[in-house]
Design a protein. Structure first.
Length: 316
């Protein structure tokens, strides 16, 4: 089968699509024919060598976390899934040497997939797995958003940002989106009550907010300072400055900056599918690339200014 792999740490040109053996499911596992996989920030960080302690230094390293596709076969002990089922899911980040989603086939534990939302094309479904589950868990669990609370979403036009705007609205929040001015119409259409241009808006001129969801990773303490009494802040950023700000904020107790990284199982994915089916959450896809153009997809992601997600379409 064809699979995208990292051949060394570096820029997108270290990515190659190579032939490798098709995996077989073991006990409790499912073999999925991948139809689409999205490009995530975690992929770019691993490719650049930013998470060597996790990914290791043994090459090649698989790339791709999330996927949408069709069940081919199941291993012993799997119940609730059968050949032909349309599913979506996510591989475990620590399995990259043996398992990755940017490939023609992937094997994952059954508890890491769920039925894909009905009627949603695979490219659109794949765009929501990591982004949507990250936003959902951050809002529902990390900061425990309550009905009527004021929410600021930084980096609101990106993959997690567009999902967070929609899910915050669905959970009853009053949403302020901070993004490039050219994305304002889209963000209002997604449910933002207010859209601010990050190029002209400084933290001291906005707020206060009950909740801040950060997808950017810079100036975290300045935005934490815009929290109202009892306010909470969460960031998905893994950059060194962000990690330093998170550590330093621990003295502020409940108003600290919470670190976060999604690792959803079947229950979260099933819940997320419900939001899609109800119309509360819809995909935003900026670019679709064939698997062979994985390097171009990473280049587009790293240029910034992303509106939603870049997705790899896998064909056989």
């Amino acid at each position: 089968m064809k699979a995208a792999q990292i051949t060394s740490f570096g820029t997108p040109d270290v990515l190659r699509v190579t032939e490798t053996d098709r995996p077989s499911p073991g006990a409790g596992e499912v073999l999925v024919a991948v139809e689409a996989s999205s490009v995530n920030g975690h992929d770019a960080i691993v490719r650049a060598g930013g998470l060597r302690m996790v990914s290791g230094r043994k090459f090649p390293i698989g790339v791709g976390l999330d996927f949408a596709g069709v069940v081919v076969t199941t291993g012993p002990g799997v119940e609730g899934h059968r050949a032909g089922d349309r599913v979506w899911g996510m591989v475990h980040p620590r399995q990259r040497h043996t398992v990755a989603a940017a490939a023609e086939y992937v094997v994952v534990p059954a508890e890491r997939i769920a039925p894909a939302p009905a009627g949603v094309p695979a490219v659109e479904a794949a765009s929501l797995v990591v982004a949507g589950s990250t936003a959902l868990i951050a809002l529902r669990d990390s900061v425990q958003l309550k009905d009527g609370e004021r929410v600021l979403v930084r980096g609101a036009a990106g993959g997690v940002g567009t999902a967070a705007v929609q899910l915050a609205r669905a959970l009853g929040g009053r949403v302020t989106a901070l993004a490039r001015d050219r994305h304002a119409a889209l963000l209002r259409d997604l449910g933002a009550d207010e859209v601010l241009d990050y190029g002209t808006t400084t933290p001291d001129r906005i707020g206060p907010f009950d909740v801040v969801v950060d997808t950017v990773g810079s100036e975290l303490n300045r935005y934490r300072g815009r929290l109202a009494k009892g306010g909470r802040m969460v960031t998905i950023a893994l950059s060194p400055p962000a990690l330093a700000a998170i550590a330093a904020s621990s003295i502020h107790g409940a108003r600290r900056i919470r670190a976060f990284s999604a690792n959803p199982g079947s229950a979260v994915l099933a819940e997320l599918a419900g939001y899609v089916t109800s119309g509360a959450l819809r995909p935003v896809v900026q670019g679709v690339y064939p698997l062979a153009d994985v390097a171009a997809a990473h280049e587009a992601f790293e240029r910034g200014g992303v509106m939603g997600k870049h997705v790899l379409a896998v064909s056989r």
